[in-house]
Write a protein that binds this ligand. Structure first.
Ligand SMILES: [Zn+2]
Ligand SMILES: [Zn+2]
Length: 421
């Protein structure tokens, strides 16, 4: 088998100006500014602060809230800070509207409650940091066996599907699969791939037509096959982290889908996407091995004073046909200067050797200062390489150093940040 070229994806961490302004804000000793009259609390680096005579400065958020202020929705948005969120939200709303058009929401409260509780359980136990979408679980009346996910957090089950789920695990796996589509922003990425011109420069009517088409296609046709496989992988990872069981339930579910696929035409979105090749998906799941690293074991990076400035955590490994995938998180109070674009390598030193894994993808998550006043930024980074089989199931006690290097030339790298115990 030919070796995959080790040069991987270009990373674009396009942070909007506002985010950059906010990052800069962390370095200054920023304060909260209250408006005595309206009682709204703002952040200093925005442009809509009250007149001087109305201002009351606060050093901490808690102090300001105790003094009777409430958070300004502009300064403290309640949605994830991901690029293109507003448009993604609009996609989600359009998709939910199409769904509500085809399927009446008339299921009993009891049924909806069961799904919501399971949804909450999954979100509470998600193996990776969540982006912060506001999830909404609904059940619609239909004898079809379907589950749908619309961008930014709308998840729908049909009563028909609930009728064939025989355990809470089965329910959870379907939910985990749908949550993965949302967390991985599959619909948004699909839209970007299909309509590549920046939408802001185009005719508004054309954009709205695309949005409609996209919403209908998500409901009637479903996600791309690759996205289905990725959603299966995260469902598998969830199941593994929660039940130490990584494929049985998922395979059982896919077999149920396979057994009813004869009655589906080539249309139909959701888990039972008419496009899906269930046998292939079952094969993929059966071939993949997972390894989950223990939680709460961090590697840290310190400055010259010995203060921790960043933390790294290995989350999970997947081995599939000699390709090893490693998912990690880095939390840093500085922007890791892989910021703009480039390719990186993860260098992982154990007692007897050094493993090198090329970077595949970076997701940048930023907690709002309201949630995390220390202003740590989280990067979820995925690395992937062929021929690193012996690295699978690595014992963390054996890891001495983890470092992230930037690829400068074919053989030249520069260390960006390194972590030890
Ligand atoms: Zn404000
Ligand atoms: Zn799916």
């Amino acid at each position: 088998m030919s070796k995959k070229t080790a040069l991987i994806a270009i990373v674009f961490l396009c942070l909007p100006q506002l985010l950059l302004a906010q990052l800069a804000g962390f370095r200054n000793n920023y304060t909260y500014v209250g408006n005595r009259q309206s009682k709204l609390l703002h952040l200093t680096y925005y442009h809509h602060l009250p007149d001087d005579y109305l201002r009351e400065n606060h050093q901490t958020l808690d102090g300001a809230l105790r003094a009777g202020y409430r958070k300004c929705p502009i300064c403290f948005p309640e949605h994830p800070m991901v690029p293109g969120y507003d448009f993604e939200r609009q996609m989600g709303i359009s998709c939910a509207a199409v769904l509500n058009f085809y399927y009446p929401v008339t299921a009993s409260d009891e049924v909806v409650e069961r799904v919501r509780k399971a949804g909450k359980r999954i979100l509470d136990n998600w193996p990776l940091p969540l982006k912060g979408y506001n999830y909404n679980f609904s059940v619609v009346e239909s004898d079809m066996f379907k589950a749908f996910s619309c961008p930014t957090g709308f998840i729908y089950f049909t009563t028909g599907l609930l009728g064939i789920l025989e355990s809470e695990e089965e329910l959870e796996i379907v939910l985990a699969h749908e949550i993965s589509h949302i967390e991985r922003r599959h619909a948004f990425k699909q839209y970007q791939a299909r309509f590549s011109t920046p939408r802001l420069t185009r005719d508004a009517l054309v954009v709205s037509k695309e949005l409609d088409e996209m919403a209908r296609s998500l409901i009637l046709v479903g996600y791309e096959e690759d996205d289905e496989e990725e959603a299966d992988f995260y469902a598998q990872a969830y199941s593994f982290s929660r039940y130490k069981e990584d494929r049985g339930t998922l395979v059982l579910l896919l077999n149920k889908l396979r057994d009813i696929s004869w009655q589906e035409s080539r249309t139909g979105g959701g888990l039972f996407s008419g496009k899906s090749d269930f046998e292939l998906r079952i094969r993929e799941i059966s071939n993949a091995q997972l390894h989950l690293f223990p939680r709460n074991q961090f590697f840290v990076s310190r400055n010259e004073n010995g203060t921790t400035t960043a933390r790294a955590q290995l989350i999970l490994q997947k081995l599939e046909r000699e390709t090893l995938t490693l998912i990690t998180t880095f939390k840093s109070n500085e922007m890791i200067p892989l910021g703009s674009r480039g390719t990186g390598l993860l260098k992982l030193r154990t007692s007897d050797r050094v493993h090198l894994l090329p970077q595949k993808e970076v997701t940048f998550l930023r907690k709002h200062p309201a949630d995390d006043e220390k202003g740590f930024h989280t990067y979820i980074m995925t690395f992937e390489a062929m021929g690193q089989i012996e690295m699978f199931g690595l014992d963390l006690r054996d890891v001495q150093e983890i470092s992230f290097e930037k690829q400068l030339g074919l053989r030249e790298t520069r260390k960006i940040i390194s972590f030890t115990r």
